[in-house]
Ligand binder design. Structure first.
Ligand SMILES: [Zn+2]
Length: 86
């Protein structure tokens, strides 16, 4: 029985020693943009509420901030709806 404990202890020490001498573990993947879906800023269409990628959005420079729409139709709809209430 004592031999078993001694053997386990020796294996444990060897294991610790091997772990220390081993190559450090690879860094965890913190920030690595995938090739399939590149990270891109999403903007919300104020006319219909759809979220669209910035590169595909139709921009409308405003006084305070630039607005982005999913399509020119939504942009026109938004511009047309601005003049009236509701
Ligand atoms: Zn839209």
């Amino acid at each position: 029985m004592f031999q078993l404990i001694l053997l386990a202890w020796v294996i444990y020490i060897l294991y610790r020693w091997l772990r220390r001498g081993a190559v450090p573990a690879p860094k965890p993947r913190t920030f690595e943009p995938s090739k399939d879906q590149p990270v891109e800023e999403m903007v919300q269409d104020p006319a219909c509420g759809t979220w669209v990628p910035l590169s595909q959005a139709v921009s409308l420079p405003g006084k305070k901030e630039t607005l982005y729409f999913c399509s020119s139709e939504c942009r026109d709809k938004f511009l047309g709806g601005q003049g009236r209430n509701n």
